[in-house]
Design a protein. Sequence first.
Length: 395
Amino acid sequence: MKFLHENKVGFILLGCGLLLLAALGGGFYLQLLNDMAEESRHVSARRMLALEETLTSLQDVRIHQGSYLITGKEAYREMFDQSREQLAQNVAQLERLYAGDDEHNARVIRELKRLYGLKVKELLAATELQRDSGFDVARAMFMSRNNDDFGVGIRILIEHLKQRDVEAAEATNQLIGRQHMQLLSAAAGVFLLAVLCGALTHVSLKREVRQRRDLSEKLEHEATHDALTGLPNRRSFMHELDRALSRAQRSGHMLAILFIDLDGFKRINDDLGHHTGDELLKHVAHQFEGSLRKSDLVARLGGDEFAVIADASNCDSLEQLAQRLIATVSVPLIEGHEDQRISASIGLAFYPVDAVDGTALLSEADAAMYRAKRQGKGRVARVEHHGELPQLVRA
């Protein structure tokens, strides 16, 4: 299966090539059948014409001989000789047209030649009889009822050949018609197979594209998000911070960074185990997300450290945000261990007051977070060298 998957395109191209060859082969075979049918019709038409001409020549011979024997005019004798030569040519043509045919037709042609030979002898005998015994004797022989037995036999054989040719032509047409239907059925099967292969290929490629896209999105998500909490990671946070700073620079608005550290988390992680610690981090991350305004972004920087990008154009709204973040972790969060509590120390830094680039601004907020810890934890602070503070961080 792995080999088929890795060589999928090659197999698709091979399948298309085979279908193309099948189509070309089918077209060639169809043309061959049409050529065979046309040749069969042509041969049959030539044979039918030759048979009709032979019957006509046979009739001409008898008429011209009778005219000569009845009238004694040499003109009819010449016409008789010409008709006899034409009949000979017709019989020879039939022999050529039926050469190599089935044994039955070959026997019929041999019998026809035999009767033709006897008929010629009979005709010549009547003519010679006229010379030797006079017109009355020859005329009497010509008018005899049994005089044309050989001619009747020839006509019967010719009609038999005509009927056989008609039947053979019909059989050939039926055979070619069946082969046409078989070819069309095969072509329909090939077409359906091609459609099925195309559909399967489309589904397969579509699934593969979707899988690749999903994998790409998964890898992108893993590269930009924290595996435990699902929040944006430090890399994604710095990218979004740079974008937010660019927007703030264009608009002239202030921007704030809230650097959050969970007080008491290490003790819980050590006492209750890493599993409990991980569950606590996921719960806190969810609580933080629910506390944000629509324009804010929270990320996990690592360990028990989080950071928020917030709009600082409204200090009252920013103060409410900071207090909500502190309040979400100030209640018991671990079922069965209500005495195990944590708090949140938040360091605050402003753009463009404290720094103008993302790295420096985050560093200022980090330093401010340590000041909040020194001041007693569970509060908001800025770095000491920044003089007068906004209302939300005053002690």
